[in-house]
Each structure stands twice: as C-alpha cells, then as structure tokens.
Design a protein around this ligand. Structure first.
Ligand code: FAD
Length: 481
C-alpha cells in the first residue's frame, strides 16, 4: 500500500480520492458499514434519514465541492434552491434568501441601521471565498507556505485586518436583540458559536451560506460520500468497511502503518487520519505527545441531540421550504433545545420516504458533559424525553400538528454519535471557530510524525462537508507530495 486513510467520512474519502488520483495505491479503513460518517444516512421503516448534515453548500460557482468534483471527474447531481431556509425567530419569521430578495427581507426585519453590518459581512465574505477557491492550506512547511503565498493576491490584503477580531466587532453598537439573536443562531449552525466568539472572516463566510448557494441532493447528503467512495474504487484503490484501526504505528519519528482491532497490521509509508484529532491522539502516542497541550486548550464541547421523524403523506405542504431554524426564546441560551434545525426530504423523493411521506432530521446543539452527567446519574431517559419534547415543539412550530401525525420518532444523543461514528465523547460539528482556532490558528494537516497527516472537521478549515472536503484535499495533496 502507498497510503492508508483512517475513516470514510467526507474528509477521508476526499483525501483517498486525491491520493488515488495521483496514482498512489490507497486503502481506506472504516469502522462502520457505510461511508459518510456524520454526513451519512440510515434507513428505517421505509424512510431514509440524513444522520447529521442535511444542508449542502459548496456546489456554487466558487464552491469547493464543485471545484473538486471537476478535478476528480466526479458526477454529483444536485439542484440549487431558494430560499435556503426560514429562521423562525420568537416574534418573526425571516426568509433566508440567497438572491436579491435578501436585501428587502433584511431591511424589513432588521431595518436600515443594520445595513452597514450586512454590507461589511458580504465584503469580507467575498474576499474569503475568493481566497478559499484557490485551495489554501496552513503554512506548516515550505510547500504549505508556497501554497498559501500562491493563493494570496493583493486584493486579499483587507483580510489581514480581520485577524484576531470577532463577528461582534462589526455589529452596530445598538444592535437590536432580534439582529443579535438571528446572527448568533445562524452562526451556531455554521461556525459553532455566537457572534462575540466567532472569528470575523470565518463568521462572515458562515453567514454567507445562502448567498453562495444551497443545494439539494435528491438522495440526501450521503450522495456526496457515495460518489466519493465510487471515485476511490474507480481509480483502483479500496475501502474496507467494518474495519477499525486500533493504533497508528511509528518508528524513529515516522509512520510505519496501522494496527487493526483484530491485531493484524497494514504497512504503509503514509497514513492520513481522517478522524477527529482527539481520536487520532488516542491511536498514536507520538502524535499525543506533540499535540496534547494544544488540543487540551481547544474549546470543544458540542454534541448533538437529533430526532429522526417519519411523516406520512399530506402533512407537510408541497411548497414548504425544506430547511428551517427555530429559535424559541430570546432569553434562553442557544442550542439545548432552544434552537432547533429541521430538514425535510422533498415532496417527491420516493427513495427517502414511501408514498409521498417525508423523512425529517431535527437537531439541536448540546453540551456533551450534560449527557455524561445524566449517564452517571441514571438520568438519560429523562434528559432524552426533555429534548425530544423541545424538538417536537420546534416541528409543530414549522408545521402545526405534525408531531401528532408522526409514524416514527427516533432520538440520537451524543452517546449514539459516539457509538456510530466513533467520535470521542460524541463531540461533533468540529470546533467553535474562535479567532484562536479559525484560519491561521487552526490545526494543520501536517504533524510532527513523518508521513502522518490529519484531516477532518477538527482541522483547518473546520466543520461542514465543505470544510471536511478542503481539509481532505489538503491532506491528500500533501501526503502525495
Ligand atoms: C447533527 C449534525 C448536523 C450537521 N449539519 C450539517 C449541515 O447541515 N451541513 C454541513 O455541511 N455540515 C453539517 N454537519 C457537519 C458535518 O457533518 C461534519 O463536519 C462532516 O461531515 C465531518 O466529516 P469528517 O470526515 O471530518 O468526520 P466524520 O464524518 O466523523 O467521519 C469520520 C469517519 O471515521 C470513522 N472512524 C472513526 N474512528 C475510526 C477508526 N478507529 N477506524 C476506522 N474508522 C474510524 C467513522 O466511522 C466515520 O465514518 C452536521 C453535523 C452534525 C453532527
């Protein structure tokens, strides 16, 4: 084997496809029986649910998925749609258009006083998108520094002025509660934290998701992973499912291969770890020694509570947009059932729900420590039922009466994610993109161990299928160098 990739999530499959595309014989090892990780699917009672990620960006003109699809000769069919979502604030729904209607909508809801904020956000986002479509990587070594320098253009200079600042620094001093809550809620799902914690450049692009284009994949978001897996196999490489890596082996500061849970070994001069960095450290003492201080300081705490809900035909109106965010109260904290993200399968997606029904994925951010405490104190069932209630209330807010009609309701909490994706403590969604963690502060794909590379949503540039794709491409490209 020329290379081993650990994990067949979006990051690992992208790394493998990049390596295979450069004629390196690559083996992907995946502990689960399907590809996709947090952007995968499961089937139950005639419904096919997206397990985590539901909303795809990155297929627009400047999008990372679109650029990489062309590069790897991959065909992922998708359609852009409008509006991206409806955000149901406690007193007002906000339609998140990506086109010119967004100007009228934001003026209606937030007034002209918020315009300098939105204009600054769009200006910064335009520069950051332009920079990111050149596939920048963090400059951990000479090739990395050259890649970063090649991506940088004189017109990107204003991005340097965003370093160390948060999104809150461009909010009007007297911003209304409505504007602050809207921005915080949107940043929570795209950057994992509120405006006063999130890096300005990262947050500006995160708030730009609708303008860059949102896309519908007819069989759900797992279509991306399935297409990547096909590309890996087509180029002569292989994926072994139900295969868990127990250790990354090293000798004299270089990686030598991996040991599997059954005790067998696979030798390889390059290993790409496409699992969260915390997981990778448990597999490799040399990596742990080099990163433990840095990783201990990372602001990781988010897990997800998710409900998979099957609805029969004629419950959801055909013309209802597919994605919604509900904010129940302005006075309570974000996540923890107070903000809920809901995604419906389309009205004519027979493969996702029988006879015109709908497969719905509802989720809320939650602190994993809550679930660990509940497990210790025997309070899991109660916590699950509290969160289930909160999410079903969110469903009823979007489609009144829908919860009574549901034919299937299944919950997943951080323990479920830990079980099915192997992610340590069930931590998902990457890291809150604070100025210390985002962009130049992010973890690089390079490590102190020769031949060992990292990718996935805990490394640069961060969460989402787009972030995981860029990180996987960077790791694959560096490993093949
Ligand atoms: C509830 C939820 C909602 C989200 N919503 C969105 C959204 O709408 N849009 C969006 O773009 N993103 C969304 N995200 C984020 C997005 O899903 C992730 O950032 C991205 O999919 C992470 O990909 P990854 O490859 O880095 O990691 P993962 O998806 O975690 O993949 C890692 C893979 O490695 C495997 N693995 C782990 N340990 C081992 C081992 N020892 N040996 C072998 N294999 C191993 C796992 O089984 C898994 O398949 C959401 C995430 C969640 C949880």
């Amino acid at each position: 084997m020329d290379a081993v990739v650990i994990g067949a999530g979006i990051a690992g499959l992208t790394a493998a496809a990049t390596l295979a595309n450069r004629n390196l014989r690559t083996l992907v090892l995946e502990r689960h029986n399907v590809p996709g990780g947090c952007a995968s699917f499961y089937q139950r009672d005639g419904y096919r649910f997206d397990v985590g990620a539901t909303l795809a960006g990155g297929f627009g003109a400047r999008g990372v998925h679109r650029l990489l699809n062309a590069h790897l000769a991959m065909d992922v069919s998708c359609e852009s749609f409008e509006p991206a979502m409806i955000v149901h604030l406690p007193d007002e729904p906000v339609v998140r258009y990506g086109d010119r209607r967004w100007l009228a909508e934001r003026l209606r809801v937030f007034g002209p006083a918020a315009e300098p904020f939105w204009r600054a956000q769009e200006r910064i986002a335009d520069l950051a998108w332009d920079f990111s479509m050149r596939f920048p990587a963090l400059p951990a070594d000479l090739p990395g520094a050259l890649a970063l320098a090649r991506a940088f253009r004189p017109h990107h200079l204003p991005l340097l002025g965003t370093l160390g600042r948060t999104v809150a620094s461009i909010l009007p001093v007297a911003a209304s509660q409505r504007l602050r809550s809207f921005v915080d809620a949107q940043l929570l799902i795209t950057a994992q934290g509120p405006a006063d914690r999130i890096d300005l450049a990262y947050g500006s692009t995160a708030l730009d998701l609708a303008r860059e284009g949102t896309f519908h994949l007819p069989d759900g978001i797992a279509t991306i992973a399935v297409a990547l897996a096909r590309t890996v196999r087509r180029t002569g490489s292989a994926i072994h499912y139900n295969t868990s890596v127990a250790a990354i082996e090293t000798a004299r500061g270089r990686v030598t291969g991996v040991r599997l849970e059954d005790g067998s070994r696979i030798a390889a001069p390059r290993v790409v770890s496409a699992i969260p960095v915390g997981n990778a450290m448990t597999l490799c003492p040399a990596l742990r020694r080099s990163l433990q201080r840095r990783v201990a300081a990372l602001p990781q705490r988010w897990g997800a509570f998710v409900l998979y809900c099957g609805l029969p035909p004629n419950v959801v109106p055909d013309d209802l947009p597919l994605h919604h965010q509900v904010v129940t109260s302005y006075d309570r904290m974000l996540g923890e059932g107070n903000t809920v993200f809901l995604s419906f399968s389309g009205s004519n997606e027979a493969r996702r729900a029988r006879n015109g029904g709908r497969a719905v994925t509802l989720s809320t951010h939650t602190d994993v420590a809550r679930w660990e405490r509940a497990y210790r104190d025997d309070g899991l069932a109660e916590l699950r039922s509290t969160y289930t209630e909160a999410l079903l209330a969110g469903l009823d807010r979007v489609v009144p009466g829908a919860r009574r009609r549901a034919t299937l309701i299944e919950p997943a909490d951080p323990h479920t994610f830990a079980r099915y994706t192997g992610r340590l403590r069930g931590l998902v969604g990457g890291l809150p993109q604070t100025p210390q963690v985002a962009t130049l502060g992010a973890l690089s794909h390079h490590t102190a161990v020769g031949g060992l590379f990292l990718c996935g949503d805990t490394t640069f540039p961060g969460q989402s299928t787009v972030g995981a794709t860029l990180s996987g491409y960077n790791a694959g490209r560096a490993a093949a160098f």
